[in-house]
Design a protein around this ligand. Structure first.
Ligand code: B16
Ligand code: MG
Length: 226
């Protein structure tokens, strides 16, 4: 294991909740149904794709022009940015600060593979920007998660091969992307969506370097036998 690549929302900090609140605000405004189960299906998905999915679920996929959709995305992002402007280092999810220190202590490279265009602003607010050796800019990618492109790009930027990377995600689309990239997948959560992961932890406080090394060892042995 030469590198660990992190998802952001739902892994490093609980901005998944802020995305939910911001989309809920938009759904109320245009009067379409929205709940946590719909929100679950948007995790890890880009802003534009999230809006398309919401409109489809609401049965209004043809109602809005491109300009109106841009305006809805803009309003969602403004609401979201107001929420993230209050983030502080206290908002790191439990255990993440410790894990970053442990990885640095062992010279394991650290990357970020977040679909969020707000990721750099969030890392700055959490005061962990300097811990990352590579931060993929999702605006430069052709395909979003579950396509492996974002994880493969992170590995390339870190100068390691995918087989040498572990990656941590909270969303089904993200776990699929990691597995398609040929990496060791760590899932955070307890949804059935985590089933493809090589290691599942219920919460971020369970993530330690000891656990990663332990399960990585078994995974490598299994990979060699297969
Ligand atoms: P933005 P991740 C993803 O971040 C979120 O899970 C997803 O809900 C959001 O729509 C997407 O980022 C885009 O975010 O609107 O800030 O560009 O989980 O890949 O870190
Ligand atoms: Mg996420």
């Amino acid at each position: 294991m030469k590198a660990v690549i992190f998802d952001l929302d739902g892994v490093i900090t609980d901005t998944a909740e802020y995305h939910f609140l911001a989309w809920q605000h938009i759904a109320e405004q245009i009067d379409i149904p929205f709940n946590r189960s719909v929100n679950e299906s948007l995790k890890g998905i880009s802003r534009a794709e999230s809006l398309e999915n919401m409109l489809m679920i609401g049965g209004v996929e043809t109602k809005y022009s491109n300009a109106e959709k841009q305006e809805l995305m803009h309003q969602k992002n403004q609401y979201y940015q107001a929420l993230i402007s209050k983030l502080t280092p206290e908002d790191l999810l439990p255990g993440i600060g410790r894990l970053l220190c442990e990885l640095k202590g062992e010279n394991i490279k650290i990357g970020l593979a977040s679909s969020s265009r707000n990721a750099p602003a969030i890392l700055k607010r959490l005061e962990i920007m300097d811990d990352f050796h590579a931060i993929v800019d999702p605006a430069t990618l052709t395909n979003g998660k579950p396509d492996p492109e974002i994880f493969l790009t992170a590995a390339a930027q870190l100068g390691v091969s995918p087989a040498e990377c572990a990656a941590i995600e909270d969303a089904e689309a993200g776990i699929s992307a990691i597995k398609s990239a040929g990496m060791f997948a760590v899932g955070v959560g307890h949804e059935p969506s985590m089933l493809q992961a090589d290691l599942i932890v219920r919460q971020t406080s369970d993530l330690t370097i000891v656990l990663l090394h332990e399960v990585w060892g078994k995974y490598r042995i299994r990979s060699v036998k297969e």
